[in-house]
Design a protein around this ligand. Structure first.
Ligand code: ADP
Length: 668
């Protein structure tokens, strides 16, 4: 076989296996389920029906056997009654009761009776002493039977003796079967004409009679069902049994119970170990025949007796099984009809999944659930398809937007770079200009100083040498020149100090704040005394990292302002304290200089640190507007910062902040 043929057959096998594999095929699963349900129902139905049916059949078969036993028993009783009455009737015949009747006539009567009813084995008439007068076939004539029970029991009334083996007659009677001869005795007293007991008429009924009765009843049944009949005497002795069992007569365990019950049936295991359905009936006699208390037992092997039950069970099971299989086949085809559209949908869905976009989901037009599923799936696929198209469109748009954004970002980056370059260029330019300006301010201030000194010198000389020759107005002019020259000198000095700050090399060192404040106060000593200012310092004060002369100048400027910007006639009170703060992994000292002055509007607290910014006229509070600019520049050059908190009329709280020096001896 070629390789591709092997492959094709393997695929086919795989498909068939999948179709019949319940784990992979809904059809196989449902087919199996229906089949299993049908089978279980078949088994349950056959169990239920057969249980009911077998009970009924058992009852019927049991009753049939019980009836058969009853019939045997009844027939025996009726037969016995007839013989019993026959013998009694004979005793009333004058021929037999009259002692003078000829013996030959008597014998001939008895012989006739025997020939009419051959089961009489022997009939004989005795005298009152028990001597046989006449008998059938002259057997035992003139012999005494006075000791025989049948004679003794019948002297006063009719008697029936149970089955027994032949004694005297055993050797006299013909016995073709060689079976032991067994008799039932029937006897009745004979009375003479005066009514006196004159002898006994006795008859031995051959036990074969019972066999004949049995056979006549069993004959119609014998061919189809092996029914066996037993007759038990009142004492439990087996009187009749099938020939093959005569040697080993089975004993029925419940015989006594059966005998007590009367008629009935039972399913019972006999001594041979087999199970038999057993019917039984108890002989109760007939009319004036009292009966001998026999029990007739009819048994049939349970298998045979209940064969119809098994046949019925088999039939029910076969029928149910056939029905089950038919259901399963029908289920298989119904499932095929049901699952075919599902399979078609699944195949189309698979193709769609593999990217075959042209595949159409089959539309099932039925109005059932599968039709609904098909319509819903078709709708779903269409919606998904449309959504996917929209998504693709959005994706493309997003892609375009992304590209545009990337271009824009690149442009922004480019612009940023240019901007940064421009800013740094401008900053450098500004710094250059600033430096140039500061250098210019410095040189101008410096250069202004010499002519100013000359002006001041000549103004002084003029005042000293010519003031007496000048009138008041001239002196006033001279005064103005002197004052403005002083103001200008102050301005130049401070401007120079401000410009100097840029040039001064600042190296930070531990600076004790207390010492710095003391030296600042020393600079302002005259002013302090004049204004009777009170300065309170919270000690000890820490040591900071600073440039000592620059810090002294800054604190002096702040203290000077605190003494200056005060209401007229007020006494300046200045409090100096500090607090620590943690920032940028560094401890900072904030030194507060708090005055009781005129205060500053909160809108002005920022601008007063700019150079030449003043809030008051020079006549009210003299100054240059450079002091605070020097403070800010000084502190910033030392790496710190400054600020003020104030409100008009509430005093001002100026502060400077510098790094704490944490080395040894940092507190004073
Ligand atoms: P000035 O030479 O005028 O003192 P400053 O630069 O030292 O110049 O101060 C700028 C302005 O800030 C001052 O003119 C004043 O209006 C205001 N100022 C400074 N310190 C105080 C203060 N302690 N109380 C009120 N106002 C102040």
């Amino acid at each position: 076989m070629a390789f591709h043929q092997v492959l094709a057959s393997e695929k086919l096998l795989d498909r068939v296996a999948k179709r019949f594999d319940p784990r992979q095929s809904l059809r196989a699963r449902l087919g199996l389920t229906i089949c299993s349900i049908a089978l279980v129902m078949a088994i349950m139905a056959s169990i239920t029906v057969s249980a009911t049916a077998s009970d009924r059949v058992k009852t019927d078969a049991g009753i049939a056997l019980e009836q058969l036993a009853y019939q045997v028993s009844d027939k025996l009783d009726r037969g016995m009654f007839e013989r019993y009455r026959e013998i009694q009737n004979l005793t009333e015949l004058d021929l037999l009761s009259n002692p003078n009747s000829p013996r030959s006539q008597k014998r001939s009567l008895l012989d006739r009776l025997q020939s009419t009813y051959p089961t009489y084995s022997w009939i004989g008439l005795t005298d009152a002493t028990g001597k046989v007068l006449v008998s059938t076939g002259k057997l035992l004539e003139n012999l005494s039977v006075a000791r025989r029970p049948w004679f003794q029991n019948a002297r006063t009334q009719a008697a029936v003796g149970d089955v027994h083996e032949a004694m005297l007659l055993a050797k006299l009677l013909p016995n073709p079967t060689n079976e032991p001869l067994r008799f039932i005795d029937i006897s009745a007293p004979v009375t003479d004409s005066a009514g006196q007991y004159a002898g006994v008429l006795g008859a031995h009924l051959s036990w074969t009679w019972a066999k004949e009765i049995r056979d006549s009843l069993l004959q119609p049944l014998q061919n189809r069902s092996q029914v066996e009949v037993f007759i038990f005497s009142a004492s439990g002795k087996v009187l009749l049994a099938p020939i093959e069992l005569q040697e080993r007569i089975p004993s029925l365990p419940s015989l006594q119970t059966l005998q007590q019950q009367g008629n009935g049936y039972a399913l019972e295991t006999w001594s041979d170990g087999d199970l038999y359905l057993t019917g039984f009936a108890r002989s109760t006699g007939y009319r004036n025949y009292p009966g001998l208390g026999w029990t007739v037992v009819v048994r049939q092997q349970a298998d045979l007796a209940l064969a119809s039950v098994r046949t019925l069970q088999r039939q029910i099971f076969t029928q149910d099984l056939t029905l089950g299989i038919l259901f399963a086949i029908a289920g298989w085809f119904i499932m095929r009809r049901l699952t075919y559209p599902l399979l078609a949908i699944a195949t189309a869905a698979d193709r769609l999944r593999q990217g075959n976009a042209n595949t159409e989901l089959p539309l099932i037009t039925s109005s059932d659930e599968i039709g609904r599923l098909s319509r819903s799936l078709k709708h779903l696929v269409r919606t998904l398809f449309e959504q996917q198209q929209q998504l693709n469109l959005s994706n493309e748009q997003l892609q375009i937007q992304l590209t545009e954004r990337q271009h824009a970002a690149a442009e922004i980056q480019q612009l940023n770079a240019t901007l940064e370059q421009k800013v740094s260029d401008r900053t450098a330019q500004l710094q250059d200009i600033n430096q140039e300006l500061e250098a210019f301010a410095y040189s101008v201030s410096h250069d202004l100083r010499a002519p100013l000194r000359t002006i001041q010198g000549f103004a002084q000389a003029l005042k000293e040498d010519y003031s007496d020759r000048l009138d008041d107005l001239g002196n006033e002019y001279l005064q103005s020149i002197t004052a403005d020259a002083v103001q200008m000198d102050r301005l130049i000095t401070e401007l120079l100090a401000y410009s100097q700050l840029t040039r001064t090399k600042i190296t930070l060192q531990p600076v004790a704040l207390m010492a710095t404040i003391e030296s600042a106060c020393k600079q302002l000593e005259m002013d302090l005394q004049e204004k009777q200012a009170e300065i309170t310092v919270t000690t000890p004060l820490p040591t900071v990292l600073a440039h000592s002369p620059t810090l002294t100048q800054a604190i002096a400027n702040l203290l000077s302002n605190a003494l200056k910007f005060i209401k007229p006639e007020s006494r300046p009170q200045v409090e100096i304290k500090y607090q620590l703060a943690q920032r940028d992994r560094q401890q900072w000292v904030r030194l507060w200089i708090i005055d009781n002055g005129i205060g500053i509007a909160s809108s002005d607290t920022e601008r007063i640190f700019r150079i030449f910014e003043r809030l008051h006229g020079i006549e009210t509070y003299p100054g240059t507007g450079i002091g605070l600019a020097i403070v800010r520049k000084s502190i910033e050059r030392m790496g710190g910062c400054v600020g003020v908190e104030s409100q008009l009329g509430q005093g001002s709280r100026f502060w400077i902040e510098l790094p704490l020096y944490e080395g040894a001896g940092s507190r004073e």
